[in-house]
Write a protein that binds this ligand. Structure first.
Ligand code: EPZ
Length: 425
């Protein structure tokens, strides 16, 4: 397994281009199943999760061509040979469950492995299934698989309220409702920018979706959807990760290109409260810090609240603050696995229930640490960037799921970091 080796203390300076959004690309790739003919996605990041989704689409019978030089993916979902998402693929990436809605809507049946839990929590899909049942789907669970069918061959529009805002649940039901007979109204929808991006593309395909980005959505089903050509929005979590890196490392002055600042208002507010300067500079967003980091309390929440996907990265910034900060994670039940690794680097953090109480220290000591999940691995790299000495972040296959060329981008900003092939796991 590869590792990333970082020697701390080098200020980050210069420009970094933010890649396309992983969490927009994944549902949009699944949406290609809704139409005949080739769709073209542009600005798609070169990530392990994209490769996994391509493998799933190919398993279903799609013709998928990934061009990592041009960041384009072409998908022709014309003649499916299967309607099944197997355990071997779903266990690699839970977002595979997003083929359930499109397969059911387009082909009237689907067999999708239950994702099972993951490192950060149980992550059930009950809301996805309840929404589809409300639209007339018959669903049974069999040997770890969801077997779903539309008895009349076509789902019907329905009124449905989510028990909580769920990104994947909202996306699955949006895609299913786009081809259902009649109107679907959804309440308590997730409001993430990736939801708005999916609605934009579905409408480009001929769907009739209104209200995406708010908590109530109306979807009038149509008979057929057409393939699309679309450039994916920038990855706001990748952007936030580099903003936290620039905030954490003394003397840094970084400009990000491609980021939509409006999608990161909660994070920017908290960075500014911590004494970090975040400002627009033409097409760039510039991030730097002149004085000490001030302690800031954060509670994660569904968008537009503070993103759970930024919790680990911001917590690392707080490990250097002058005072006590409290980070409360409300979305997932086990998303502090970066904390034991940070403690090994000398951080002062105590977990109390769903909160991490952080007492800032001047610096950390480089160490060999273990990545456990995508955002935790990014936070350990950030910690290594400002620690004294050398940090080796192992099992960076977690990082490769969601960050395109991170070691190259950081090296281009002046960091002393490199990938170590085949390091001890
Ligand atoms: C998406 O996951 C993202 N993944 C996650 O990003 C992100 O952390 C999460 O949304 C929250 O913002 C993708 O978009 C591919 P949810 P998802 O359904 O859709 C509960 C990353 O780092 N829930 O919004 O799986 C669930 O347990 C990843 O890029 C149910 O109870 O998350 C959680 O507590 C990690 N039943 C909460 O809702 C359901 O049927 C939010 O989960 C569905 C969800």
């Amino acid at each position: 397994m590869d590792a990333i080796r970082v020697r701390g203390g080098r200020a980050l300076k210069g420009d970094v281009k933010i890649s396309g959004a992983k969490n927009a690309a994944l549902p949009i790739l699944c949406a290609t199943l809704l139409a005949d003919g080739p769709s073209l996605l542009r600005n798609v990041p070169a990530l392990r999760d994209i490769d996994t989704t391509a493998a799933l689409l190919r398993f279903l019978g799609c013709d998928v061509v990934i061009n990592k030089e041009t960041s384009e993916v072409r998908v022709a979902g014309t003649r499916l040979t299967r309607i099944e998402a197997p355990y071997e693929l779903v266990k690699q990436m839970r977002a595979s469950v997003l083929v359930l809605g499109p397969l059911l809507a387009r082909h009237g049946k689907a067999k999708v492995s239950l994702p099972g839990g993951c490192a950060i929590g149980a992550r059930p899909v009950d809301q996805h299934l309840k929404g589809l049942e409300a639209m007339g789907a018959k669903i049974r669970l069999e040997r770890g698989y969801v077997i779903a069918e539309a008895p009349t061959g076509r789902l019907k529009g329905a009124d449905f309220m989510f028990d909580m805002p769920t990104v994947g649940g909202t996306e699955n039901i949006m895609m299913a409702a786009a081809l259902a007979k009649g109107r679907t109204t959804l309440w308590n929808c997730a409001r993430e920018p990736e939801i708005e991006e999916l609605a934009k593309i579905l409408n480009k395909m001929g769907a009739r979706i209104d209200g995406a980005g708010t908590d109530v959505m109306h979807i009038d089903g149509v008979e057929q959807l057409a393939p699309f050509d679309h450039a994916i929005i920038a990855d706001r979590i990748e952007a936030g990760t580099y903003m936290c890196a620039a905030a954490a490392v003394d003397g840094s002055d970084v400009r990000l290109s491609g980021v939509v600042l409006e999608d990161l208002e909660a994070l920017v507010l908290k960075l500014r409260q911590a004494g970090v300067t975040v400002e627009r500079e033409g097409e760039f967003v510039r991030v730097r810090r002149d004085g000490p980091i001030k302690p800031v309390n954060v509670t994660t929440a569904p968008h537009p609240g503070f993103p759970t996907d930024m919790q680990a990265q911001f917590l690392v910034v707080m490990t250097r603050a002058k005072g006590e900060s409290v980070m409360t994670e409300t979305i997932f039940e086990n998303r502090f696995m970066h904390v034991p690794e940070l403690l090994r680097m000398g951080a002062h953090i105590e977990i109390r229930g769903r909160s991490a109480i952080v007492q800032g220290v001047d610096t950390l000591e480089g160490a060999s640490v273990m990545a456990t999940d995508l955002r935790a691995s990014a936070s350990l790299v950030i910690a290594g960037l400002y620690s004294q000495g050398e940090t080796e972040v192992r099992r960076v296959y977690h990082l490769d799921r969601g960050y395109e060329h991170m070691e190259q981008k950081l090296s281009a900003l002046g960091a002393d970091c490199e990938r170590v092939k085949g390091a001890e796991g």
